[in-house]
Design a protein around this ligand. Structure first.
Ligand SMILES: *Cc1c(COP(=O)(O)O)cnc(C)c1O
Length: 823
């Protein structure tokens, strides 16, 4: 489909939208209203493309992919959609003829921050990969009224402000009230055993309506357009009888209680809080989603027998794992399936991705809470548990091992166990992480059912993170290697041909500098700090977390500061360290880490002895839109988690494709980045995963590093004294006594790596060449590639075949559904 419109038509349509929706003419409209009018025009185009794509998918009986995730960190959409549909320049021209600047309208769009960090951004990048390659797919999530909080730093302390994104964001959403469904909580179950497990009666439950809102997501060239369906919780339709009998407040209160379910996103990354409301959110998502999927399927086929052939349901992390017992519930209680038949269908339909090995993030729910809130789902989990344990005992599996694998154990519902048992595929998100899963957290399962385990290394939407974020680099690439890489990121490798071309290397250096200037302008405005674009821009942006070790970076900066104070005339390459990160609202230690970095920055930036050579910036409110500005401006990408803790990382990939050099540990996808670029184009340091394990086993004593290394000692002593009047003894106490992520053990190696980076940077041609190799080798980290692997190896899905040639006489003649058989 061609999405281009004549310039005059674009202008007319924008004016029509202004008139219709705001009762305004162009002269009286604000930029904000113009932004919305443009979105409405673009949305109309996407609806048309979507309907066409969906029709073609249905005619060809192409398998559908449903991607369930509690988070989709979409960021902004307008630029992305205009770019993908190939109409950005037309709109720019039309708007300019109307006296408007497209780039100003972009700034009116709030980020859709319906996620915390990497997990939610991955889901967003995957929708791009699915649409671009023409897989019919649907993302499912929640329509949080408040997304991830806005971060405000007050004297270095993080405070959280509500992110009410809907005023500017809901213009993308299409409400679909006729597809609303009911979700039931609480109540009690009456059972009629009668030798038939499925005869039950669920009574006195609390009803919450789930109303869907659809957001269209276009792929490149508009070949595929898919929908992200997000559910909003509503109270039951207004209770008129109660209202009439005078109980006005109770009638209202009931609605308010229901609506809290989608009020706010839990701001926790790699952590479980175990609160009842969070459980309600999870069940609300999966119940609405499963009912929606089953309704759609039954409407088309009148049976669920062929569900696994037509549909793949993907569970992104354990958050949506209750989709499994929910599907069982619908099939048993509403469709009359036997347990065995239902179980066979469910397990052949669902697949699960694990995103972490960190104990505090492995979800388990208090059994009593679970039973009280979801009595029928609890019963079904009990039965899954009973049958699983029985089957393991029959195979003479050791009793303790069965206990460790059981979904119900120790008074908890163990979500990861439920996920592994009930899915036909379990994957990690980088080669290293998938191996660790098999060796540690899921080892019991791996030894019993090795065939389920797979790896799919994460990927990024390279069109957003390269072409849209770094247009200068994109046009250099297109000039040198053609534009094939836009659809096929593997073609970036052609750029290697220029690795000894002095002129190309120089151009790369200039592009990087331009992007650094662009970032410096933002930081001047936002932080009132002046940066030197010729200094090394060394960036660490990601959630604030001990395992990600921003405090290792900061501790090293402190040692540099101390050294520069003592050696003011020493030869030192000017270095700018930039941080951006939100901490979970209740994660006290992470908030202390932020305050340490902010106060250290304040001290250094105001110390005239060093501040011409060393600068430290903490950017407030890190989010997707800031990532798009920061990533192209980095010389160094800090990926310094303790080996074995970061499942993959994706910011490492965004930096790589923008020509930054990774300074990192052999953790997550860094291992594969190293493999791709070779020893010479990455700066590695620190212990490997086996070395970390060995040190743990032998008894790690962090205090020894303090006692034996005067550089560490001086830094820690100064942290205890404090910065800007605040002592950071709570951080140093942790480092000296536990140091759970072995910051001190890796410090010396990190410090050496920083020195190597400085030396490499000073050989500008060599440094630009490292950047070039990183860009050229970044193709394998495209979301397109990841999606193809999921489709081929896990979902057994194919793209919608291209429509037959425009000749009307060869109408598609697919009579019988052709099901692609699994296995
Ligand atoms: C990519 C991205 C992340 C993930 O960063 P990691 O370093 O991989 O943890 C987090 N937040 C935002 C806004 C992102 O764009």
């Amino acid at each position: 489909m061609n999405y281009r419109l004549p310039i005059n038509t674009i202008k007319e349509q924008i004016e029509a939208k202004l008139q219709h929706n705001f009762g305004l003419t162009l002269e009286n409209a604000t930029d904000d209203q113009c932004y919305k009018a443009v979105v409405l025009v673009v949305r109309d185009l996407m609806v048309k493309g979507y309907l066409e794509f969906k029709k073609r998918a249905e005619e060809t009986h192409t398998k559908r992919v449903y991607y369930l995730c509690m988070e989709f960190l979409m960021g902004r959409s307008l630029k992305n959609n205009l770019y993908n549909l190939g109409i950005e320049e037309d709109f720019r021209k039309a708007l300019s003829e109307m006296g408007l600047k497209l780039d100003n309208l972009y700034e009116k769009e709030p980020d859709a921050g319906l996620g915390n960090g990497g997990l939610g951004r991955l889901a967003a990048c995957f929708l791009d990969g699915l649409s671009t390659q023409g897989y019919p797919a649907m993302g499912y999530s929640l329509c949080y009224e408040y997304g991830i909080f806005r971060q405000k730093l007050v004297d270095g302390w993080q405070t959280e402000l509500p992110d009410f994104w809907l005023p500017g964001g809901k213009v993308w959403l299409q409400e679909v009230p006729e597809k609303r469904v009911e979700v039931h909580f609480g109540g009690h179950i009456e059972e009629y055993w009668n030798n038939q497990y499925h005869i039950v009666n669920h009574k006195d439950y609390e009803k919450v309506m789930a109303v869907p809102y659809d957001m269209y997501v276009s792929g490149m060239d508009g070949r595929g357009i898919n929908v992200l369906r997000i559910w909003s919780a509503r109270g039951e339709a207004f209770d008129m009888s109660r209202f009439n009998s005078g109980d006005y407040l109770r009638a209202m209160e009931q609605n308010a209680m229901a609506e809290v379910i989608t009020k706010v996103l839990y701001p926790e990354d790699n952590h479980l809080e175990g609160k009842s409301l969070r459980l309600s959110q999870q069940y609300f998502l999966v119940s609405a989603t499963i009912q929606d999927i089953i309704r759609r399927h039954l409407f088309k086929y009148s049976t669920l027998d062929n569900l696994p052939d037509c549909v793949a349901i993907h569970l992104n992390d354990t958050h949506p794992v209750l989709a499994i017992p929910e599907m069982m519930r619908v099939m048993l209680d509403e469709c009359g399936y036997t347990w065995e038949a239902a179980w066979d269908i469910v397990t052949r339909t669902t697949a699960y991705t694990n995103h972490t090995v960190m104990a505090e993030a492995l979800e388990c729910w208090n059994e009593e809470l679970f039973k009280f809130r979801l009595p029928r789902i609890y019963q079904i989990v009990q039965e899954i548990n009973r049958r699983f344990c029985e089957s393991m005992h029959q195979r003479h599996v050791d009793g303790y091992k069965v206990g460790r694998m059981a979904p119900l154990n120790d008074g908890y519902v163990k979500m990861a166990n439920l996920a592994v048992i009930s899915s036909h595929s379990v994957n990690g998100v980088s080669a290293l992480h998938s191996d660790i899963l098999k060796e540690t957290v899921f080892n019991d399962f791996y030894t019993e059912m090795p065939e389920k385990f797979q790896n799919v290394t994460n990927g990024i939407a390279h069109r957003r993170w390269l072409n849209q974020s770094n247009p200068e680099l994109a046009s250099l690439l297109t000039e040198k290697i053609g534009d094939g890489y836009i659809h096929d990121a593997a073609q970036l490798e052609k750029f290697l041909e220029f690795k000894d071309d002095a002129s190309v290397l120089e151009q790369l250096g200039k592009i990087k500098r331009d992007n650094k200037v662009r970032l410096a302008e933002y930081i001047k405005k936002a932080n009132n700090i002046v940066l030197d674009p010729d200094s090394i821009f060394d960036i660490q942006i990601k959630r604030m977390h001990e395992y990600k070790r921003q405090h290792l970076n900061a501790l090293h900066i402190l040692t540099l500061y101390q050294w520069l104070r003592d050696n003011p005339n020493a030869d030192f390459t000017p270095h700018t360290y930039i941080f951006g990160a939100k901490a979970a609202a209740g994660y006290y230690f992470a908030k202390q880490m932020i305050r340490f970095i902010v106060n250290l920055a304040e001290t250094i930036n105001n110390d005239p002895r060093v501040n011409q050579k060393l600068k430290v910036v903490y950017v407030e409110d890190y989010r997707v839109t800031l990532a798009e500005l920061l990533t192209p401006a980095a010389d160094i990408s800090e990926q310094i988690s303790q080996a074995g803790t970061e499942a993959s990382g994706t910011s490492n990939m965004k930096f790589m494709i923008n020509g930054a050099v990774t300074l990192g540990t052999l953790d997550g996808a860094n291992v594969e980045i190293h493999e791709a670029v070779g020893d010479d184009n990455i700066i590695l340091f620190g212990m490997t995963t086996p070395e970390v394990s060995a040190l743990k086993r032998s008894g790690y004593r962090p205090r020894v590093f303090y006692e034996n290394n005067p550089i560490i000692r001086n830094a820690i002593d100064e942290m205890n004294k404090g910065f800007c009047g605040v002592s950071f003894r709570n951080i140093t106490d942790s480092l000296l006594n536990e140091d759970p992520y072995m910051v001190l053990a890796d410090f010396e190696s990190y410090s050496q790596a920083q020195k190597r980076a400085e030396a490499l940077y000073n050989d500008h041609a060599r440094w630009n060449q490292m950047g070039l190799v990183n860009i050229a080798k970044a193709g394998r980290f495209a979301a397109d590639r990841a999606i193809r692997e999921y489709a081929d190896n896990i979902w057994h899905a194919t793209p919608v075949p291209p429509a037959p040639a425009a000749d009307k006489t060869v109408k598609a003649t697919v009579k019988k559904p052709i099901f692609k058989k699994m296995r």
